[in-house]
Design a protein around this ligand. Structure first.
Ligand SMILES: CC/C=C\C/C=C\C/C=C\C/C=C\C/C=C\C/C=C\CCCCC(=O)SCCNC(=O)CCNC(=O)[C@H](O)C(C)(C)COP(=O)(O)OP(=O)(O)OC[C@H]1O[C@@H](n2cnc3c(N)ncnc32)[C@H](O)[C@@H]1OP(=O)(O)O
Ligand SMILES: Cc1cc2nc3c(=O)[nH]c(=O)nc-3n(C[C@H](O)[C@H](O)[C@H](O)COP(=O)(O)OP(=O)(O)OC[C@H]3O[C@@H](n4cnc5c(N)ncnc54)[C@H](O)[C@@H]3O)c2cc1C
Length: 662
């Protein structure tokens, strides 16, 4: 297959003719620089020229087992293709290109993400030397087995035990109850021969809490399950059915002492425990994956937006003015209101993902030299951004589907699959409400610390009790972001007041926390969105010095739309705390409508600049050429029900019913 850019339909030609900015420049910004665009395209070209990486038949028509095998075929082919061409699995992850091809979950995704990240982040030097080459060369295949039937969120409540036997220098892994069964891990059912397993460490009868262990599950030659282990697949799910999410039980299964991950905490041969520098260092893989998920969510949202915006420029429906030709549905203000704020969100998330990655890299470097002080802030930022990114990507993707009317419901639009895949992101890697409550904990602690005169870390410094007053005019970007910050400060102050009032009236701190938790989640959400606004404004203002005026103008408009939309969403709070008044809100609403019309003109060009090729979009509605109806029709012809004019079902059921004397 070679990359051929087809001629597009007249509607899209006209849309593209209106482009006032340099698309390639915007593409480079989204990729993180021209070199990264060039690298991504090199990988894509190589993938496009590997026919084995594509589906012969739509996975929708395959059985569960065939879907799994088909995805495994593509995932393994992807790894060998990358390797042969001098790339690594990591290149496919960081450029997003691997995800474009492998549909909804794939049997190697946990191996190349959480399994490898745990080896890299939790091993001591000997373990790293032993396991990393094996895992990187796919000599062992693994997953991350933490969640159990009984507990996912509450990691401290896990029931799997790892009891040290100093006589044999082994840990005995055991699942004492049905609820201790590991449940959900991707690729656990049939693919993995190893797993990193979270289990309660027991030494001399005392529990030391959850720790991570490397456990071999299957024989490396026969792939048969080892004695003492029960493993299998958990059955069909809402989406991601090309993966083999699994279950796992241990029956007094023994592993060597050296299989406990010992970078941060250690067990000596005689069974003594050496504490880590910070009790949550063993949660590091989760934090790292949350950082990755922010990128992942923004990528999935961008696919849905490309599909829905191109389709909206091709689809004509109804009459705006009686007797006039049917307009493109993108001309309806309500359609613009559905799609364009989500387009702005995609850019906001992309810039925030990059900022978060920098915090992650900085914190990780600090951990290397024993500095733990940035960990709480990284935990709060990664938790909040993971939650907002997945919530918004899910909502945005569903709006994109709805904005495509009936055809958005077709599998061939690819919108249902994008939706079901990203919908899992709200739950996995920390359920979003639970993560917001972690953020809220950090906010309340910070607010209280500030009351006691302590200096606050950068992401919460705006919460200080006496912030400097904003000098920016209210209607400027900075002025509105400051108003949003004032709103969050008011919300957090109010939450703290309510918590204190409940405690003063005799409630325990934990009962008070639960009684305020709806408000606390709203604080965490508002704080994270304030952070996102700040990152967006900063990124656009920094880019202003280096990019062409056309690109800068588009980014400025998207940023403005994001902020205006956010102010309108938060109107109730901002009015209550006096950060804006009714008059300002009216003019903000009017400006938003005006901006929708302005951005609509270049909307197709903006999504073109995201630069996802048709073979990766996999959508009848979103292809570059806009040849929507022909594609929908051709896809329908592939339905197995169309192989014969009269189906077996007719002879078996319908005909007897018609012939019966009812
Ligand atoms: C071939 C392949 C091609 C292509 C590639 C395909 C895909 C993969 C590619 C790349 C990956 C990148 C993107 C991902 C994309 C897709 C996703 C892929 C896979 C993901 C699958 C999902 C896997 C999982 O779901 S794994 C299981 C995850 N489980 C959880 O997240 C559990 C959530 N629960 C918790 O984290 C904790 O229990 C808790 C935080 C809720 C509470 O912990 P605990 O009870 O121990 O603590 P508390 O008492 O509440 O708090 C005490 C103090 O500790 C602080 N704290 C808590 N956690 C942390 C932390 N992590 N770090 C720092 N501090 C922490 C807390 O704040 C308290 O502090 P305080 O000062 O006392 O207030
Ligand atoms: C597609 C998919 C893939 C997955 N892959 C993996 C994997 O590879 N490895 C792995 O180990 N796990 C995996 N998981 C499991 C996943 O990490 C957990 O499902 C997730 O952490 C949520 O935990 P839970 O299912 O126990 O939900 P629960 O915690 O039972 O959540 C149910 C409800 O209770 C609420 N709730 C729970 N605790 C609190 C609280 N403290 N305060 C307020 N509300 C609360 C939640 O907000 C939610 O509304 C996967 C899950 C899915 C869906």
């Amino acid at each position: 297959m070679s990359v051929v850019v087809p001629e597009c339909c007249d509607d899209l030609k006209r849309e593209r003719g209106r482009c006032l900015f340099n698309k390639e420049e915007l593409t480079n910004i989204l990729d993180g620089g021209p070199k990264l665009t060039e690298k991504r395209r090199r990988i894509e070209k190589m993938l496009i020229n590997t026919p084995e990486l594509f589906d012969d038949v739509s996975p929708d028509y395959l059985s569960h087992e065939d879907r799994y095998s088909n995805e495994l075929r593509k995932a393994t082919q992807l790894m060998t293709t990358l390797e042969k061409n001098g790339f690594t699995y990591n290149d496919a992850v960081t450029t997003g290109t691997g995800l474009w091809l492998l549909m909804d979950g794939n049997p190697l995704s946990l191996h190349i993400s959480m399994f490898l990240d745990t080896i890299k982040g939790q091993s001591n030097p000997q373990q790293l030397q032993e396991w990393l080459p094996l895992a990187e060369k796919f000599k062992i295949i693994g997953t991350y087995a933490q969640t159990e039937l009984g507990h996912g969120t509450f990691v401290r409540g896990l029931e799997t035990t790892a009891t040290y036997d100093s006589t044999t220098k082994e840990f005995v892994l055991h699942s004492p109850t049905i609820t201790a069964t590991k449940w959900w891990p991707g690729a656990l059912g049939k693919t993995s021969n190893h797993a990193v397993v979270m289990a309660q460490l027991y030494l001399g009868g005392k529990c030391y809490g959850p720790h991570i262990f490397m456990v071999q599950l299957r024989d490396l030659e026969t792939h048969r399950t080892l004695p003492g282990i029960v493993v299998g697949e958990i059955g069909p799910r809402l989406g991601m059915n090309s993966n083999d999410n699994g279950f796992l039980q241990f029956n007094h299964h023994r592993i060597p002492l050296t299989n406990m991950f010992m970078k941060h905490s250690q067990v000596t041969e005689d069974g003594k425990y050496v504490k880590p520098l910070h009790s949550k260092l063993s949660y590091g893989t989760m934090v790292q994956t949350r950082v990755g998920i922010v990128y992942h969510a923004s990528r999935e949202l961008s696919r849905a937006l490309i599909i829905a915006i191109r389709y909206s420029a091709v689809r004509h429906q109804s009459e705006m003015v009686p007797g006039d030709p049917e307009p493109q549905i993108l001309d309806y203000q309500t359609q613009q209101y559905k799609l364009l704020p989500h387009l702005a969100s995609f850019f906001a998330l992309r810039f925030s993902a990059r900022a978060l990655l920098e915090v992650f890299i900085g914190t990780s470097a600090g951990l290397g030299s024993g500095k733990m002080n940035m960990l709480p802030e990284l935990h709060a930022l990664s938790s909040g951004l993971k939650a907002v990114a997945t919530n918004d990507a899910v909502k945005g993707t569903d709006i994109c589907r709805l904005a495509c009317g009936g055809h958005g419901y077709l599998s061939s639009s690819n919108l249902p699959r994008i939706y079901t895949a990203i919908a899992a992101g709200i739950t996995y890697e920390g359920e979003n409400t639970v993560l917001f409550l972690q953020v809220a904990r950090y906010l309340i602690k910070s607010f209280r610390a500030s009351s006691q005169g302590q200096t606050l870390p950068f992401s919460v410094s705006y919460l200080r009790v006496q912030p400097p007053s904003s000098h920016a005019p209210l209607m400027s970007d900075r002025g509105l972001v400051d108003a949003l910050g004032a709103g969050v400060r008011w919300m957090v102050g109010e939450a703290e007041r309510r918590l204190q009032q409940l405690v003063d009236s005799g409630h325990s701190p934990h009962a008070a926390w639960n009684a305020c938790s709806v408000h606390l989640v709203q604080c965490a959400d508002a704080h994270t969105r304030y952070y996102i606004c700040e990152q967006f404004v900063d990124a656009v203002s920094k880019l202003g010095e280096t990019v062409s005026s056309g690109v800068h103008e588009v980014l400025r408009q998207l940023c403005r739309l994001y902020i205006l939309h956010r102010v309108i969403q938060t109107a109730g709070i901002l009015l209550r705390c006096g950060a804006v008044d009714g008059k300002a809100l009216t003019s903000i609403e009017e400006e938003e409508c005006h901006l929708l019309a302005t951005l609509r003109i270049q909307a197709v060009s903006i999504v073109d600049a995201i630069d996802i090729k048709d073979v990766f979009l996999k959508s009848t509605l979103g292809a570059w050429d806009g040849n929507v109806y022909q594609r929908i029709y051709e896809e329908a012809q592939k339905s197995p029900l169309n192989k014969s004019d009269v189906t077996q079902g007719y002879y078996q059921y319908l005909r007897p019913l018609m012939k019966a004397n009812l």
